[in-house]
Design a protein. Sequence first.
Length: 588
Amino acid sequence: MTELNFNGLPPVEITGREKRARFKQIISIFRRYNVLTNLARQKHPEQVRQAFEELGPTFIKAGQILSSRPDIVSPAYINELKKLQDHVQTDNFLTVRQTIETATGKPIAAMYASFDETPFASASMGQTHHARLKSGQDVVVKVQHPGIEKEVALDISLFEEALPLLKLIPEARVVNLQNLVTELKNSMFTEMNTKNEMTNGERFYNLNNGDDLITVPRVYPGLCAEKVLVNEFMPGKSIKHLLDRVEHANQVADHELDPARHKIAKTIVTNFMKQVFVDGFFHADLHPGNILVHELDPGEDGYLTAQTGHGTYQVGDDVPLQTDNQLPDYRLVYLDFGMMGTISQGLRNNLANVIVAVASQDTRAIGRNLLAISTRTGPVNEEEFYSELGPFLEPYYNSGLGEIDFQNLIFSIVRVCRDNNIQLNSDITMLIRAFGVIEGIVQVLDPDLSMIEVAQPFAKRYMNEQFNPKQVLSQTALAWYKSAENAPKVVTKLSNVLSLLENGGTRLNVNFPHRVELLRSAESMVNRLVTALILAALIIGSSLLVQSHPENAFITDIGMAGYLISFLIIAGMLISGIIRWIKTRHDR
């Protein structure tokens, strides 16, 4: 029996029998859907999605992580893995009651005036119920499924034990499996730790509630406990209803962009840029299910019918933009704070520089800042990297979302990085995923909206806030002082150089790219040439010995031995060449 501890959660005991049974189940489903081969060849993504859905929450989360990794999977896989859905049965109310009362130490009747026994939503990690507090406040209560922590811990432990074996599979060498498993482990157990989501929700509420159209539900820490999370109930419809109506309108006829769509799209992008550059704390999972559109009722705070002259907002209707800082009669509600990301100041600096460089169409500056947030896995030819990066960035300059394929663009850039021994820092993986999810929403609402135009003011403002005039002036003054101090030495140094040139005492150092590879190739060629000369001499010598003394058996045997040695060396060289050719072809 194994006892596992993860991220401060209670220890989980797993028996060897449970491990073997789960391992057999995973292998069976992997074989049925040909998962490893499909992943390695990037084919049939729908089969991989079906396998992950059958295998449950850990594999669903793994698929979601892969959907944010254009350095691992193709755009077709990214699109398919985004469709991952949970297929779970709901727990009965007796189980839910026991979970809540055990976690809080209080009976439900003491905390709630009413509690809906039937959940209105259920996922692999838990299910959600409507309830009402004694104060009359409507809330939603998220309750984890019993035993989910053991199921996840079992899968994670199997992943970790299988790592040494998986690394032996040739197809798995293109991915850092250790980092992938670590990311999955942290994501799963962070999401299962209710206290993290409670803390994230409180922080996000303080930073974003009331920012333009954005509203965020309150968290009730006094009612939260391990496996139980209580949030304020927020009315509204999923933004997916708006997206569906917009897409339908676009299919029926050319649909002129209405102000509501533009307002919502710009609000989402502007708030996200604020989260990244101002807060350094962003919502990493803003898919349509986590955004509601709430139509304000007459008398509700923010309802401005008298000023705007229109009734309540209906999803898809034309609604005038606010005037004089008045907001329209609808709000965007953000939900689910289990997956959040943080951005360090150093990373924000580089991101701001990238955005400013994109706005100014400076490919070299973009490349330099990409290198700053990347890890070099081998020798890097920066000039070659810049020249290859340019063609993929040009379509993005001053373009609306409808004019570019964001996923293919990111996929191409990541491929260029990987081909040049550059690996993007894992810290921005979550940011790329979040940006891609938001891009999908905004592209439907307002395909002409340029994210760079929205992001540029935030990036410039951030850079201005980090700009210290006194420090710059002092650095400039010091540089001028050093220049003035060194100026008299320039004439002396120039005279020395001219004397060396006159006396022939100069040495020219030439630096060229790929010199290491070139020297290795030259060394290999020289070795092969020397080997060929030795073989030629051995064959010729053996031939002379055999022909000159045919009556002497000993000398003839020496000649035949020479032939045999030559044959073995030539065969070895041929086999080595074939193996090297196969390996090169496989790597390609």
